[in-house]
Design a protein around this ligand. Structure first.
Ligand code: GLN
Length: 198
């Protein structure tokens, strides 16, 4: 199994360290052929507008978008979640738009928007949650499963092959979310593959 970590900007090293602790091989994605043979991808936190511009200028945007649409498992944290969201407020823009949710950027305010707490994420109890100028999710589409809410705000979702989190599991020592993601990757890889032509 090989996991790609988008490494253009932001907190990608922390994800790499988490995967290395779990003994999983990973590749930092900076150019198109880094995407060859990956079984899953991590979109890290950082600045979504900067990441989106770099993705486009490095010709990574369309290949990653279509791989996700075709079922590539993706774990997206914070800015990564914003990249996946179909709608973004207040910007009224979108990037990959593969995840049927609306996110509010910098939803906790720009200055005081960083905080830590603990909460439930899916079946995981007492998970340490670190928020850094985080978004939250204001609307979800059909078939989107809510994984986590804090103060009645949705901060984690799963939709088919996509996990989107407003917080940063890679900034804690708790590897349970990365483990869950690897399970998703394994399950997807067990399905029969459809031949890809071209
Ligand atoms: N505020 C950032 C954005 O809008 C996200 C912050 C983060 O990834 N920690 O892209």
């Amino acid at each position: 199994m090989k996991i790609g970590i988008l490494a253009l900007q932001g907190a990608f090293l922390e994800h790499k360290q988490a995967l290395e602790r779990l003994g999983v091989s990973c590749i930092e994605i900076r150019k198109k052929n880094d995407l060859d043979y990956i079984d899953g991808i991590i979109l890290p936190g950082g600045e979504s507008t900067v990441q989106s511009k770099l993705l486009r200028s490095l010709d990574l945007f369309t290949p990653i978008q279509s791989m996700i649409n075709q079922g590539l498992p993706v774990l997206a944290t914070c800015a990564g979640l914003i990249l996946l969201a179909q709608n973004i407020t207040p910007d009224q823009t979108h990037h990959f738009a593969t995840l049927p949710v609306t996110v509010k950027r910098n939803a906790y305010g720009r200055q005081l928007g960083s905080f830590s707490t603990t909460g439930t994420v899916g079946d995981l109890k007492e998970f340490p949650l670190t928020f850094i100028r985080a978004p939250y999710i204001t609307q979800i589409g059909e078939d989107v499963e809510i994984l986590s809410t804090i103060d009645q705000k949705i901060v984690g979702v799963k939709y088919k092959n996509q996990i989107g989190l407003a917080f940063h599991p890679e900034m804690t020592d708790d590897l349970r979310i990365h483990k869950e993601f690897l399970k998703l990757v394994e399950n997807v890889n067990e399905l029969p593959k459809v031949a890809c032509v071209g």
